[in-house]
Design a protein around this ligand. Structure first.
Ligand SMILES: C[S@@+](CC[C@H](N)C(=O)[O-])C[C@H]1O[C@@H](n2cnc3c(N)ncnc32)[C@H](O)[C@@H]1O
Length: 302
């Protein structure tokens, strides 16, 4: 049974003589029904190897461990690691790592990759999932990098800033639609499971949060010929998403395409001159990327 209530946290932090570390995004979820909702949304069973970034006190880890085949949980803060160890020490299917989950913005820590790989190899027919109340300062790189990781996740259920969840799920023409929306939606479905006010955390964050579920769609993913190219090219043309698409392609392909070549691409796509990047849905972005990739396969974003 989880002990993660506000009074439990306050008294344990006092005993240890520490305060929640803002720099590590330490906002602990104190509504136990929401712990359950996160874990229920992941639909776990014994085949699942779960990565949790941010063990905290281990409250969610415990619930995951009850349902999944294995959990690899990662915590950067030595005090939190110590606190969580008390609760998780006897659990044989839990691997605890006291490291930074990320080596840098674009890469996971090799120790995390190794631990997840070992668990995936040890369970026949294993599936890889992320379940986490993520530290908000690294939520985007964690979720985004997992989509091009060594192990393709089956799904990811995460508590993140509401604004990030809205960007992941956004549709063309909306203010939140961006390269990030296209990156998620070209290979997965994104569902906002629950919006949550600051009061369900201790200490309270400044913004609303959301539980967001991303389920990878293998068919959709396989239909993207070059995920890395798509990611880079959409990032480049969405730098000024309200501008005319033509100007964005000219800027993105500077030194590779001359303006006549850009006009050829525009004509082949049957785009009007005044089409803007923010209007393009994911299938159209995929088609456009392929036309560009065929003409400039070696292009990379500056
Ligand atoms: C939002 S709290 C969530 C804690 C707990 N799972 C819960 O639900 O209450 C995020 C946790 O991630 C840890 N953390 C922050 N940055 C990290 C990083 N780069 N790698 C691993 N853990 C990190 C923090 O110390 C904190 O315990």
């Amino acid at each position: 049974m989880s002990r993660q209530t506000k009074s439990f946290l306050i008294s344990r932090f006092r005993e240890m003589g520490i305060r929640p570390a803002t720099r590590h995004g330490q906002n602990f979820l104190i509504d136990l029904n929401l712990h359950r909702l996160i874990v229920d949304s992941a639909e776990l069973d014994a085949r699942d190897v779960v990565l949790e970034v941010g063990t905290g006190t281990g409250a969610i880890t415990q619930m995951i461990s009850d349902r999944a085949g294995a959990v690899v949980t990662v915590e950067i803060d030595g005090h939190m690691f110590e606190l969580a160890s008390e609760m998780l020490i006897d659990r044989e299917n839990v691997t605890m790592l006291n490291v930074d989950a990320l080596r840098n913005k674009n890469n996971f820590n090799p120790a995390v990759i190794e631990a997840v790989g070992a668990q995936l190899a040890s369970i026949p027919g294993s599936r890889f999932k992320l379940v986490a109340n993520l530290p908000y300062n690294i939520a985007t790189p964690i979720l985004s990098n997992l989509l091009s990781w060594e192990f393709t996740p089956h799904s990811m259920v995460a508590t993140i800033q509401k604004e990030l969840g809205e960007r992941m799920a956004a549709q063309p023409w909306s203010k939140d639609y961006s390269a990030l929306s296209a990156w998620f939606q070209c290979q997965a479905t994104v569902e906002i499971v629950r919006i949550m006010p600051p009061s369900v955390f201790w200490p309270e964050p400044k913004v609303d949060s959301a539980i967001v579920k991303t389920v990878i769609d293998p068919e959709r993913r396989a239909a993207v010929p070059d995920l890395r190219y798509f990611h880079q090219f959409t990032k480049a043309i969405f730098l000024h998403r309200r501008k005319f698409l033509r100007a964005n392609i000219v800027a993105a392909m500077k030194g590779v395409f001359n303006k006549a070549q850009v006009d050829q691409v525009m004509a082949e796509m049957e785009f009007a001159e005044d089409v803007r990047t923010e209007q393009l849905d994911v299938p159209t972005l995929l088609k456009l990327t392929e036309l560009v990739r065929k003409r400039a396969p070696d292009w990379t974003m500056n």
